[in-house]
Structure formats: C-alpha cells, structure tokens
Design a protein around this ligand. Structure first.
Ligand code: G3P
Ligand code: CA
Length: 274
C-alpha cells in the first residue's frame, strides 16, 4: 500500500507536535495536546504503555518519577494509582492538577478535533531486562478501533516486532518504523522486514536524500524526528530539499514559523511516484 503520508507536489510538510508540544507544556498531557492544536500542528505524537492492570496510558518514561509526583515503574502500578498523581506541576505550577491520560481519554479528546495521531508503542529496551508487553499492541489497536480513529492514527515503535504484530492483527492499521539512524547500505532494510508498513521515522540528523528517494520509490513516507529547541533552520531547509514528508518538533509553533519563513510550506522539491 502506498503511504497516505507521502507529501504530494505542492503540498506542505506535515508538522507533528512531539509528546504534544513538550517545550511548551507538560509532555503527553491534554494541555500539551491542546497547545499543539493551537499552534496549528497537523498531528500529535505521544507514547503509550500499559499499567499493571492492563490500561493503556499516555506517558513516555518507563518510570513515573520524572513527569509525575509518583515513583516506580508504570507497569507496576494500577491505573487508579497512576491517575491519582499530578502530571503537570513538575513543568510549572500553572499546570498543577493535570493527570496522566489514559489512551481512551486521549482518543475521546481527539475525536472531534482536526488533528491526526501518531501513537508510539513504548516497549522496554532489551537491556532493561524487562519483557516485551505482548498485549500492548492489541490493547492500543482495540482502543483506536473502538473510537473509530483507525484512519487518523499512525502506529509507530522502535520495537519493530511490535509493529509486525500489529500489522498481523490488522493489515489495514497504519504503521511506520522508528529508528535512530544510522546510514545503512540499504536504507529501507528495516522496512523491508515488516511487510505492509508505510514509512520510516528517522532521527533528523540521519535523514538523507538517498533514504528519501528510496522510500518514495517504494511508496513509503519519511518522517524526521528529534528537533529540539532552537531548531536549526539550515537543517530544516536541507530536509525539505531532500523531500521529507513530515517533521516533528518539541516546539511545533517554532517549526511552523520556520517553515513559513523558509517558504517550505510551498511545493515539495521531489515528486512522489504516482
Ligand atoms: O516520534 C519519535 C520520538 O518520539 C522518539 O523519541 O524518546 O521522544 O519517544 P522519544
Ligand atoms: Ca515518542
């Protein structure tokens, strides 16, 4: 299947708010997602893992310590225990009282809004010694399906077997593979290993013209992630010149301003195959 996220000639680069808009509001909270919408982002990126009692929740770290008033592993606490924690005060007192959203709460919020979803399935890294959560993909897929948001959701993961599992569960689910880089002899080799995946999401420093050309020739999109603050304008200019389809940033407002100033909301420089 040809990726629906390919940038057609003349269409703008899609802008995605990383963990909502993590430079502007507490990451992965409704406040961050509202901020991304206000900035004019096309999509929000967010992280999903499951609690001890199997509830998919929206949080980045394996542990609660950095972004909530709690402590310990997300997978070891029950939903009602995580729900009792404050997920906003660490970022600023005006955000005090925000909660860790359940995936279902986020999907309910997104339903009536004009925003696409980039749902990262967070699995433990192998070196942590924690096992992969085999129920994560089915649980997230079920929640997205139940809210009728399958066509607005792109599932991504650094854990490619989880993406392969998801494609197996529902070949119509939109998926892409996350990688850190690096430059590969065959830049599409990770994607070739997962039949039916739509694109590759690569840390921006490792995106190349070769990667974009190979992906586009195969009908796949390329997304660049990892743009912090300040965003280097020359890098964005280069990525657009390579033919990047979408970009995510911690500050989507800054990225949108930059793209507008650079004229990068203008026609793509490469032509995706018809
Ligand atoms: O979209 C990819 C990006 O979110 C991966 O990094 O650490 O923010 O999940 P991280
Ligand atoms: Ca993420």
């Amino acid at each position: 299947m040809r990726s629906p996220y390919l940038r057609a000639p003349g269409s703008p680069v899609r802008v995605v708010g990383h963990r909502g808009a993590l430079a502007l509001a507490p990451e992965n909270t409704v406040a961050a997602f509202e901020t991304a919408v206000r900035c004019g982002a096309d999509a929000i990126e967010f992280d999903v893992q499951r609690t001890a009692d199997g509830v998919p929740v929206v949080i980045h770290d394996e542990r609660l310590d950095r972004t909530t008033t709690g402590t310990g592993r997300v997978s070891e606490l029950r939903f009602h225990e995580i729900r009792a924690l404050d997920a906003g005060a660490w970022f600023g007192q005006r955000f005090a009282g925000l909660r860790v959203p359940s995936l279902d709460e986020l999907l309910t919020w997104a339903g009536p809004r004009a925003i696409d979803l980039m749902l990262e399935l967070k699995q433990p890294v192998p070196a942590s010694g924690e096992p992969r959560d085999e129920e994560l993909a089915p649980a997230a897929l079920g929640a997205v399906r139940a809210r009728g948001l399958l066509e607005r959701t792109l599932f991504i993961s650094f854990d490619h077997p989880t993406i392969a599992q998801l494609v197996g569960l529902d070949p119509s689910a939109r998926t892409a593979l996350l990688t850190e880089g690096p430059a590969l002899v065959d830049p599409l080799s990770p994607a070739r290993a997962v039949d039916g995946t739509l694109g590759v999401h690569v840390r921006w420093r490792w995106v190349s013209r070769e990667l974009c050309d190979a992906a586009h020739a195969a009908g796949m999109h390329v997304h660049a992630w990892g743009l912090g603050r300040p965003i280097p304008p020359e890098a964005v200019r280069r990525l657009v010149d390579f033919g990047i389809d979408s970009l995510s940033a911690d500050a989507p407002d800054e990225l949108l301003r930059l793209l507008a100033a650079e004229g990068s909301l203008a026609p793509a420089t490469t032509t995706a195959p018809g």
